[in-house]
Design a protein around this ligand. Structure first.
Ligand code: MG
Length: 259
């Protein structure tokens, strides 16, 4: 199902997006060498509950996971890239941390992910993060009324592949609205000019992610965390955007970047 939001629903989506972005920004600032992933999860829970929002993750139990997830945020470190299950681990100097958060507020969900390095960053980590950020920016720049999903996929994939990375097609972006995951699927590479034509009121979560030297994932023993098959580092950048009459609006910008 593809949902088109009313202007009133879009206002609620803006509030959800701001909340998601501000929680991620706060966690990023609190994450230091020695911070435990379970502390990050606890702080996420506190902020979600204080806002009167509902976690999209805690009861999430899709076919591919050993569900329910039971936590409030995905914490993926170094070779972990998607669905990182928070566990008893203290962040070390140079760790590449990815936080992915989706919540629902007043019945509308928003989803965002950030990757960053705690402490001294290796050039490999910076390159991974830069590629996903630039791919996300290219996908957003390509989005607008009349644009097709294939145009977004092509824009995202051109940046990732141009930076020398192979793109995994199992997990990508998605529609979002009254629930976290909806149609249309947005692959992280593809051919321009194909697929669903975007309309004002559509919400999309765009989420380029890459791994240094592989496109293959393996599932951790925890039943959730997806890691690079070679043990290489990974990064992920995600925003929820709304298609508007004249382009796209990013809903998950933190307060310091909002107008
Ligand atoms: Mg997502």
């Amino acid at each position: 199902m593809i949902e088109i939001l009313t202007p009133a629903e879009l206002d609620r989506a803006r509030a959800t997006g701001a909340l998601v972005a501000d929680i991620l920004d706060t966690l990023r600032q609190r994450a230091e060498v020695g911070t435990n992933l379970l502390e990050l999860d606890g702080w996420a829970r506190e902020m979600i509950e204080a806002a009167g929002a509902v976690s999209c993750y805690v009861d999430y139990a899709p076919a591919f996971g050993r569900g329910p997830f039971g936590h409030y945020i995905c914490t993926s470190v170094n070779d972990a890239v998607l669905h990182g299950l928070p566990h008893d681990y203290a962040i070390a100097d140079g760790d590449l941390v990815t936080l992915d958060l989706a919540v629902s507020l007043d019945g509308i969900a928003a989803d965002s992910a950030i990757s960053f390095v705690v402490g001294e960053a290796a050039p490999e980590s910076n390159a991974l993060i830069r590629a996903t950020r630039e791919a996300l920016a290219a996908g957003i720049a390509a989005a607008g009324p009349g644009t097709r999903i294939g145009d977004l996929a092509h824009a995202i994939g051109s940046v990732l592949e141009g930076a020398g990375y192979s793109v995994n097609l199992e997990f990508g972006g998605h529609g979002i609205g009254s629930t976290m995951h909806q149609d249309p699927h947005v692959p992280n590479t593809g051919r321009a000019g194909r697929g669903y034509r975007l309309r004002p009121g559509l919400l999309l979560a765009l989420e380029p992610w890459v791994m240094t030297d592989t496109a293959e994932l393996v599932t951790d023993d925890d039943g959730w965390t997806l890691r690079s098959a070679t043990g290489c580092r990974t990064a992920h950048s995600e925003h929820t955007i709304a298609i508007t009459e004249d382009g796209a609006e990013i809903l998950t910008l933190p307060a310091r970047l909002r107008g």
